[in-house]
Design a protein around this ligand. Structure first.
Ligand code: NDP
Length: 280
């Protein structure tokens, strides 16, 4: 199968490695490439890819909105998020999906953090936050409060998902207030990109319920500032590598119909096992 991820820059992407591991796990020969495509070039890149036998692909920054606009069909989650991360070739052109939400929820369940019935805080209202909001609400949380520097974006995200569950949007300044109120969130999810600049959102210990947990959608170096902050305060915390593998697994399922063992691939990535090794 000819698969790919399009983005710019995309050479650093872990996706080729993850999908090769998936292919090996289920015995499918996968040719998954990372293809550089700056903004505005996706249509041309996709037709070349399809002409070469490409049947499915991921799209990452800065092409997620472009992918949605190019697709003939978009799932409900794509329409709500305003962006897609997965395209499937159909007889009627490309079908757009977003698998970030499914990947996040699968990872939370893997970690025994099912959001059902919990009080959730989502920090950030960019593409990643928009991609996971529907999936989080569909698990049936007690509430979901979205906080963002640009408060209008958080309110817009909440308004666009209000029919799915109890969701509200706020500015980042309201975080301090929430931290003082004493109720605390069971699960705080960081979906800002601050970690890429070595920074973290302004969280306080009081924001967390006594057994509250932090989940950072970032992974690798970008997750370090916030996870270090949480560990210093003995707040249980997880990075978003499991979500990354989970969203890839959902894309792989859409393309191939095959369900993979995410935990095995996650272990392989964490152990730094080369992609040509068998999955333990
Ligand atoms: P976007 O650029 O779309 O959004 C960035 C978000 O961070 C916005 O909410 C933005 O707020 C906020 N932000 C940026 N700078 C600041 C700042 N200085 N102060 C406060 N808030 C700030 O990025 P994405 O949503 O696509 O990605 C967010 C993060 O999630 C990235 O680090 C990415 O790596 C990670 N991610 C992880 C995935 C996984 O599978 N684990 C999948 C997708 C993303 P504002 O709206 O006010 O600008």
């Amino acid at each position: 199968m000819h698969l790919a991820v399009f983005g710019h820059p995309v050479t650093h992407s872990l996706s080729p490695r993850i999908h090769r591991l998936f292919g090996k796990q289920v015995g499918l020969e996968i040719d998954y490439r990372a293809i550089e495509a700056p903004a505005g070039t996706l249509a041309r890149a996709l037709s070349e890819f399809a002409a070469g036998g490409g049947t499915g692909c991921n799209v990452t920054l800065p092409l997620k909105e472009e992918a949605m606009a190019l697709a003939g069909q978009c799932s409900d989650r794509v329409k709500r998020a305003g962006a897609a991360n997965t395209l499937l070739a159909t007889d009627d052109g490309w079908r757009a999906e977003t698998t970030d939400g499914a990947g996040l929820v699968a990872d939370l369940r893997r970690l025994d953090l099912d959001p059902a019935g919990k009080r959730l805080a989502l920090i950030g209202a960019g593409g990643a936050a928009a991609g996971v909001t529907a999936a989080l609400l569909e698990t049936g949380p007690a509430s979901l409060a979205v906080y963002n520097r640009n408060a209008k974006r958080a309110v817009g995200l909440a308004t666009g998902h209000a029919d799915l569950g109890p969701v509200s949007g706020h500015g980042l300044d309201a975080l301090a207030e929430a931290g003082r109120s004493g109720d605390g969130f069971d699960l705080v999810l960081n979906a800002t990109s601050l970690g890429h600049d070595g920074d973290r959102p302004p969280l306080a210990r009081g924001l967390f319920a006594p057994r509250g947990v932090l989940y950072d959608l970032n992974y690798g170096e970008a997750a370090r500032p916030l996870l270090s902050w949480a560990r210093e305060r003995a707040i249980p915390c997880h990075d978003g590598l499991g979500m990354l593998v989970g969203q890839a697994a959902e894309s792989f399922r859409l393309w191939t119909g095959r369900v993979v063992d995410v935990a095995g691939v996650l272990r392989a990535l964490k152990d730094g096992i080369p992609t040509d090794c068998d999955i333990p």
